[in-house]
Design a binder for this molecule. Structure first.
Ligand code: LMR
Length: 405
């Protein structure tokens, strides 16, 4: 009977968001969910998105018809070019397919579902330890066995590269390795280009399948090309791979759920036929789950990506967001160093993207919430965008206090 359904735990991140909203303290600081905030701690609608929105709303031809199953073609083709590069041989050789999804989460899910059905054998998927909390439940829901590879070194608060390599080398051949394309969530720690090359070599030796999760292109460094270097390198190396792409952060289109799933096959004589069959199966999966994706966010992102002037303005907006985050990293580190807070704080500026993995313990995190009304996830992750010139000193002082206790 229905009574047998057990209670599920609350989602930690959305639970944190609700707790922050319910807190009436004037000094409260939201460093929880990864969503950009301006210097006044307010959501920021990108000026270029406002402009695209205006254009769309004034278009008399706009209607609310269904999109095709694979989504808005002008959006998915621009999304593929953004990932792979307009001059990518994979695109020229037509060995890629792209389906619009319910943002990055939907893209990861569609990929997971597809692999669970069609990947030969029962492959294990390897996640970085730690990874985005949702990866675990998405892949368990499709019954793929899960394992982890070491990633974050508690000592250096940087990459545990040796541990990562060892695990990739030890994994059974043809495992699926989930990789964060840039701005790793939750740690903010990315491999260097030469480390990526070593990872690619190792994965090639073991015939592993790369599954890239790309939620922060352009958001990490402000440079769309630089942030996607690893994915393009793997494609150049001839890997068959897939990419889950989110436009939540880099367009600030969080609630519009604009994303894309891309599959790239290796180059070979029958690669076009192969990709055609893959696309046909993905379309069936998509139809049974969401029928066809939501239109509005894709229209906005598509319009901007396909127009030279709007694209340039978008890049400018990306530099505004990433620049403010980078300046908050500098500010936080120097405040902590000025205060002489015990420990080292160089990792705050070494890490990149939306998050910093502070190294604070769960106990310290809970104390910060209780005493200082600072909201961050229990693993010590902070969303850098929650800091601003008005609260960074308050936060640094609160951290200083709990670290000394
Ligand atoms: C986060 O990790 O805070 C974001 O990616 C939001 C989410 O959906 O979890």
């Amino acid at each position: 009977s229905a009574e047998a359904v057990p209670q599920a735990p609350e989602d930690p991140l959305f639970g944190l968001m609700a707790a922050y909203r319910a807190d009436s303290d004037d000094n409260k600081v939201d460093l929880g969910i990864g969503a950009y905030r301006d210097n006044n701690a307010q959501p920021w609608v990108l000026p270029v998105v406002k402009k695209a929105d205006e254009i769309l709303r004034n278009d008399p031809a706009l209607n609310h018809e269904y999109l095709p199953i694979a989504g808005l073609a002008t959006f998915t083709s621009a999304a593929a070019k953004l990932i792979l590069g307009a001059d990518s041989p994979a695109l020229a050789e037509k060995r890629t397919c792209s389906l619009q999804t319910i943002s990055g989460t939907g893209a990861v899910h569609l990929g997971a579902l597809f692999l669970s059905k069609f990947y030969p054998g029962k492959p294990t998927i390897y996640f970085s330890n730690p990874t985005w909390a949702n990866h675990n439940q998405i892949f368990s829901n499709v019954h793929l066995p899960i394992a982890t590879y070491p990633y974050f070194s508690k000592e250096t608060k940087g990459l545990d590269f040796e541990g990562m390599k060892q695990a990739i080398a030890d994994a059974p051949e043809q495992s699926i390795i989930l990789l964060h394309a840039c701005a790793h969530n939750p740690t903010g720690v990315d491999p260097t280009q030469s480390q990526w090359k070593e990872i690619a070599t190792l994965m090639k030796q073991k015939s592993h399948f790369p599954f890239f999760d790309c939620a922060y292109q352009g958001f990490a460094s402000g440079d769309l090309v630089k942030d996607i270097w690893a994915v393009r390198y793997f494609v150049e190396q001839g890997f068959e791979l897939c990419v889950a792409q989110s436009f939540a952060k880099n367009f600030g289109l969080y609630g519009e759920r604009a994303g894309c799933f891309h599959f790239v096959t290796g180059s070979g004589t029958d690669s076009q036929a192969t990709i055609g069959r893959i696309a046909s199966q993905l379309a069936i999966l998509q139809r049974s789950e969401i029928s066809n994706p939501p239109a509005y966010g894709a229209r906005i992102a598509g319009l901007i990506m396909n127009d030279e002037a709007l694209f340039a303005e978008w890049e400018e907006n990306l530099r505004t967001m990433s620049g403010r985050i980078i300046s908050m990293r500098t500010a936080l580190r120097s405040k902590l160093e000025e205060l002489g807070t015990p420990g080292t704080w160089n990792h705050i500026t070494d890490q990149i993207g939306m998050f910093s993995f502070t190294g604070l313990s769960e106990k310290q995190v809970l104390k910060l919430r209780g005493v200082a009304h600072v909201y961050m996830t229990k693993n010590g992750r902070i969303s850098m965008a929650g800091l601003n010139t008005g609260n960074v000193e308050y936060f640094a002082k609160a951290v200083d206090k709990v670290v000394r206790e």
